[in-house]
Design a binder for this molecule. Sequence first.
Ligand code: SF4
Length: 461
Amino acid sequence: MWQWGGNVLRYGGVGASCVKEGDELYQLKPLKTYALEAVRDDGLCMTRMERMLDALGRSVGDIEWISEGNLPEVVEELSGLWPPEEDEVPEGTPPTFMRPLVFTKVHTGEELPDIADKLQGWPDNTDEGTVRAILGQFKATQAYHPYERDQEENRVCWPTWDFATMMGCPHGCHYCGHGKTGKFITVGLNLEEFMEVVVPRTIAKYPWQKCFRMIGWSAEMISFEPEYGCFDLYTRKLAEYDRYGYFHAASSNVDWIADLPRKDRLIAIFSVTCEAVAREIEPGTGHAFDRFEAGRKCNEFGVPVRYKFKPMIPVHNWREEYARAIERALEVSEPESVGFCVIMWMSLEMLGTRIDLDLLDPEYLEAARDAAEEMEGNVCGPFPHHVRKEVYQYLIEQVRRWDDEVLLYVSTESREMWDELSGELGQDPKAFFCGCSSVAVPGRKLSLSEGCPHSTYAALE
Ligand code: SF4
């Protein structure tokens, strides 16, 4: 676990690479902290940054300011600063907790500016993504699972527009490309402006969307609360428009929610797993069961809780591991829904570059090897349909041992999977209540309308 000073910013538990005892807390230790010069002229941004630095035991004096003049050097430095040498990593600290932090202001315009001029004369191998991140020129909103794309890719989900004020994550989960290799974390500080400009504009453009994820791009946004102060502003703004906001987290840092004046606008989505996966594959997320305790606290705060076993990773003994996790989840908390998604989105070869394949159930690994050709280009790969189905059936059975009511779903799965499992799941693939859907309002209700009449199981007429 890490903690930013006093009662702030904590991650639950520890992973294999950072063995510590019990509930001991430890701090995020960025190798360096940078800020864009534009932050200096904005009182609200400065206050937010100072608050976060203070929690880290740092101050504005520790900041390296980034201007036009030193931008190329900073870009170069960021490309090599992280990861640290092994002997630079304090005992018990996951190296991913040492990612440099870059404070900036998020671009709130609709289109990102062209920066070709700015890059003229720079080395050919300059990473434009790094330059844009420093300048805060990353997308403030992004579409996920539009109907057309899900039809092409044969996936079933809900169309949605997500928000981001942050990029990068300290968790370092091995299955996540950015989490494993990202060089730094970008923190947008102009949240007041974001809430005034980006949120209302997006709601006006997509009035059918009732619930919006504040998710960041490969980020773990709640880990930076309450110092960051994003969800307070976000929930207040959503309340003005009668909308709801999700956090989407593998962190168990939720105590700050108790003090949110508009927590009635918040929905908690936890990406959950079993202890073996948290220990071996998610070095910074903490103990798997901490997230169920966080779910219990959210129940206490009156905030709806939804769990996603996503990615579900079929490790050795996965049946026992996941059965224990499900039992604990339902013993300590009352989720509105529980969903499943076997790790997908990549080939077996790609998966092998991210996680140690020896951790996987040997029978399923073999099945994935055998199916490699057949699964080529299938976004639900590398595990073939029959393996994924077997996993889902087992997980459904485990949930039903403890709870007859909780709503079940498979997340971003194929149409065929829904066709075969809708009976066992007990939900209609065109109108299922899941986790972070754009229309899944609190109370296990769907807010369907002309703009979003059904899931992406079917094309939009
Ligand atoms: S929980 Fe629902 S909306 Fe969210 S990714 Fe899964 S299927 Fe899509």
